[in-house]
Structure formats: structure tokens, C-alpha cells
Design a protein around this ligand. Structure first.
Ligand code: NAP
Length: 274
């Protein structure tokens, strides 16, 4: 493999930073790209994309704010076309399970002619420790419009391992890995496991969509983000994604990490220290 950089779109994100660390550990050059990097990349400003792609060997692509958005398919198609023109050899796309918009983005990549790998993920464990649920955990109550539908939360370290394997071994080209954790649990059970791991009472309360929107507005979350989150809860937690899938084992030959281990390790690393 030559040492042209591997472009990581969303490199400071929950998966991007882990993928970058793994590639660097292997001595590979990387180029993190987002709105705040030296070579900026903004999904809302296509004029800047060629500079981010120039000279890169491959790319790991995360779409922001969410790959289920209607704009994702067109943007992924346009980026893939530019990547082909710039001479990139492979794109690995992070996708989401059971989301029609995400599946349209996957189709756009597959139709582009660019060698591809798709990592289609369930909800991340780290939404609770690095994402939008941290403050609720710290406050002792998580209130969401999520019913008692089990979700096989996945550890983003497993996602990063799968993405790194895909970027460094051509056998993963043309593969779609549906990555989940080994066990489906409800939000209420997930919060109970975190509560046990930190040794503090943390409650889960199911609330209506309207109450969720009102609470989010109260802390200044923009309406489009509220709408997106509400739709994700309604669509991805209607039972369609309950089943555990074997993408981590298929890609890596080992099982995915369990939510209880994530909660124990995150608590030990002070993710929820008050
Ligand atoms: N969370 C989940 O449970 C879940 C599950 C399945 C799939 N996904 C997918 O995962 C993706 C998010 O990945 P992640 O969680 O690793 O990322 P993340 O932690 O949300 O990443 C934030 C990164 O995005 C960059 N960013 C924000 N707006 C941008 C824009 N307009 N253009 C370019 N970069 C932008 C930020 O950097 P700057 O501020 O410097 O721009 C930052 O580096 C989404 O596509 C989502 O659909 C998430």
C-alpha cells in the first residue's frame, strides 16, 4: 500500500477519531476533514470538496448531521463521482439500519462505480457517553420518546475496527456489514446497566414526541435537529431493527462487544463523573 493519506470525513467524530487512531497506529497517513480542519470539508459547500479529496488514496465517509437525511443520497453520489475523478481507490461509508434515507445513500455509493464497503450500524453505545445523552445521564434522568423496543446497541470501537479492516484489506471491497451489538436491549435496560456501572440511580422515562420536542426546544436545540431525532426514534425503534446481526464477526472473525462491558469501561474511564 502506498502512503497517500486516507481521507476521513468527520474525522473528529465518534467513529472518525477512532478510525484515524487505528490507521496511524499502523503507520498509515490520514487526512481528517470537517468544517474546522486545515483543509476544510463542509457537506453544505461542495466547492471545497475537490481540495479535500486531492491526493487521497481512499476515504472513510460519515455524513452530517445524519445519513438518513434526504440530502445524503445526492451528496454521496456527488462526492463519489469527484473521488473517482481524483483517483481514490475505495470509499467506506458509515450508514444506519432501517432508515430509507440511509439506504438511498448506500445505493448512491454502489451506483457510482467507486469500489465500496458499507458499514450499516445500529444505535451507538457511545450516544450515552460521548453523544447527546451524556447530560441526561449526568442529571440522573433520561427521558425519550423511545418505547420498550429492544435495540442491539453497538460499540463504536467495533465500528472503527471494521472500518479500519475495510480500509486496509481489499477483501472487504463490495461487502455490506450490518454491525450490531450481541444483544438487543431497550433504552430503559441500557440506562439501568449504566446506573449499575456508575453506582448511581439513573431513571429512564418514556415521554411523548411533543414533550420531547418541547424539552429540546427549551435547551436551544434547533427545530430541524429536533425533527430529525424525533423521526429517528419513531422510524428506527418501531421494531424493524430488533434483530442482532453478525457484521462485526463477518468482518473481524470475533464477536461484537456487549453493552455491559461498554458501560463498565466508560464508567471506569469517568465518562459519567459528576
Ligand atoms: N449515533 C448513532 O447511533 C448512529 C447510528 C448509525 C449511524 N450513525 C451515523 O453516524 C454518522 C455520524 O458519525 P459520528 O457519530 O462518528 O460523527 P459525530 O460524532 O456526530 O461527528 C461530528 C463530526 O462531524 C463534523 N461535522 C459536523 N457538521 C459537518 C458538516 N456540515 N460537514 C462536514 N463535517 C461536519 C464535525 O466536525 P466540525 O465541527 O469540524 O465540522 C465533527 O468532526 C451520521 O451519518 C449518522 O447517521 C449514527
Amino acid at each position: 500500500m502506498n502512503n497517500d493519506p486516507i481521507l476521513i470525513v468527520g474525522g473528529a467524530g465518534k467513529t472518525g477519531c477512532r478510525v484515524e487512531a487505528r490507521l496511524r497506529q499502523r503507520g498509515l497517513a490520514t487526512r481528517s476533514a470537517s468544517r474546522s480542519t486545515p483543509i476544510p470539508f463542509d457537506w453544505a459547500a461542495r466547492a471545497g470538496w475537490p481540495a479535500a479529496l486531492e491526493g487521497a488514496a481512499k476515504a472513510y465517509v460519515t455524513y452530517h448531521p445524519d445519513v438518513s437525511l434526504p440530502s445524503a443520497a445526492n451528496d454521496i453520489a456527488a462526492l463519489s463521482e469527484l473521488a473517482g475523478k481524483a483517483g481514490l481507490q475505495h470509499i467506506v461509508l458509515l450508514s444506519g439500519r432501517g432508515e430509507p434515507g440511509a439506504q438511498a445513500a448506500e445505493s448512491a455509493l454502489r451506483a457510482s462505480g467507486m469500489p465500496w464497503t458499507i458499514v450499516r450500524s445500529s444505535w451507538f453505545d457511545q450516544n450515552f457517553s460521548e453523544g447527546y445523552l451524556v447530560d441526561a445521564i449526568l442529571a440522573g434522568e433520561v427521558a425519550l420518546p423511545a418505547r420498550a423496543v429492544p435495540e442491539p446497541f453497538v460499540d463504536v470501537d467495533d465500528i472503527a475496527d471494521v472500518v479500519t479492516a475495510a480500509l486496509t484489506d481489499a477483501r472487504h471491497i463490495g461487502k455490506l456489514y450490518e454491525v450490531t451489538g450481541p444483544r438487543a436491549i431497550t433504552f430503559s435496560q441500557a440506562v439501568a446497566e449504566i446506573s449499575k456501572a456508575v453506582g448511581r440511580q439513573i431513571r429512564y422515562t418514556q415521554i411523548s414526541s411533543a414533550a420531547f420536542a418541547e424539552g429540546m426546544r427549551g435547551i436551544g436545540v434547533p427545530d430541524d435537529v429536533i425533527h430529525l431525532l424525533d423521526e429517528l426514534f419513531a422510524v428506527t425503534l418501531d421494531g424493524r431493527n430488533c434483530e442482532v446481526q453478525s457484521g462485526v464477526t463477518e468482518a473481524l472473525g470475533r464477536p461484537a462487544g456487549d453493552f455491559a462491558d461498554f458501560a463498565r469501561d466508560a464508567a471506569a474511564a469517568d465518562a459519567w463523573r459528576i
